[in-house]
Ligand binder design. Structure first.
Ligand code: DC
Length: 248
């Protein structure tokens, strides 16, 4: 599996480093790990933060969704761990155009991976240890090559346990369901039940369950605007990069 990125997103422009007075000279390479359950605000925040910092934004959920889509299309049984692992290893996943467009084997799958059937399949596919291994390897390769804001469920705990900045975003379950409904449509009550089921699967799976890393900052976004959440994280980035934790 491989992921490719437009060169322009790999290294920050000098003006981007100045954003929020973050001391650029203190670090050359930074991993910002953002984890949390569905609807906590991860994507909105991570994408905007990456833009401000001039880092590459990586939506790891989109990677699991792309593998799930492929599995559905070729009719792989979602309990067939071996075949799922094979697909995950062979999948060619790329992020394009400011990292919002997702290509699977050259095809733009940005919209289709958000369909409910893919969402449901991704939750199952992501529990397969071999799939996680393939995704993890790829995520580490990407993060080793450039500064990233990477969002998912296990970024601060498993993929980059040494990330300099770790955030665990959370929100009231009802608010999370309302957010998802306003993004994708649908009935809030039904979405709430589906989110609860997927959260439970994410939190209780044997491999890399969703959990807060001990050194992650917990941010409850329930009553906060995206700007407030972003400010809180930028403050954390400043703190964590000014106390010698950043790598050179
Ligand atoms: O964030 P999302 O809803 O797009 O994620 C899709 C699925 O992938 C979801 O069921 C959780 C899973 N996932 C995961 O297990 N680990 C990640 N790092 C990211 C997503």
């Amino acid at each position: 599996m491989s992921a490719q990125f437009p060169v322009s997103t790999v290294y920050p422009a000098s003006s981007a480093w100045d954003t929020g007075n973050i001391a650029a000279e203190l670090y050359k390479h930074l991993i910002v790990a953002i984890d949390g359950p569905a609807g906590a605000g991860k994507s909105t925040i991570a994408r905007s933060l990456a833009g401000k910092l001039g880092f590459t934004y990586i939506d790891t959920g989109a990677m699991y969704r792309a593998v799930a889509l492929w599995a559905l299309r070729v009719g792989v049984d979602l309990d067939d761990l071996h075949r799922l692992e094979q697909l995950a290893k062979e999948a060619h996943i790329e992020f394009k155009a400011g990292e919002t467009t997702v290509l699977l084997n050259g095809e733009d799958v940005t919209a289709v991976i958000r369909e409910p059937r893919v969402t449901e399949a991704a939750s199952k596919v992501s529990a397969a240890p071999g799939v996680r291994r393939a995704m993890r390897n790829e995520q580490r390769r990407i993060g080793a090559a450039q500064s990233v804001v990477m969002e998912g469920r296990d970024i601060g705990t498993v993929v980059f346990p040494d990330a300099q900045v770790k955030v665990f975003l959370d929100a009231d379950p009802h608010v999370r369901a309302v957010r998802r409904a306003s993004e994708n449509g649908g009935d809030v009550g039904q979405i709430a039940r589906e989110i609860a089921e997927r959260d439970h699967r994410d939190r209780t799976r044997g491999e890399a369950p969703l959990t807060q890393a001990p050194d992650a900052e917990y941010v409850d976004t329930t009553g906060l605007s995206p700007t407030q959440v972003e400010e809180a994280i930028l403050k954390l980035v400043r703190e964590r990069t000014s106390n010698g934790k950043a790598r050179h």
